[in-house]
Ligand binder design. Structure first.
Ligand SMILES: [Zn+2]
Length: 64
């Protein structure tokens, strides 16, 4: 599974702000995701990102 900028992730556990929807804002060796509720961004490894992902929705640069 390849993450693309603009893709949406629903996390298994909610963020500290209560939101559980994230947008991928940078990809590479690490993935940067931004909480869509509070706007806080964090870096995760690809493995960590996969681990927290409950639902993954494309819709970024890649057409799904
Ligand atoms: Zn948040």
């Amino acid at each position: 599974m390849a993450y693309e900028v603009g893709d949406r992730i629903i996390s298994k556990k909610p963020h500290a702000c209560g939101g559980n929807e994230w947008m991928v804002i940078r990809t590479g060796a690490d993935i940067k995701i931004k909480c869509l509720k509070c706007g806080k961004a964090l870096f995760l490894s690809i493995d960590e990102t996969k681990k927290i992902t409950k639902k993954y929705t494309g819709g970024g640069e890649r057409n799904v």
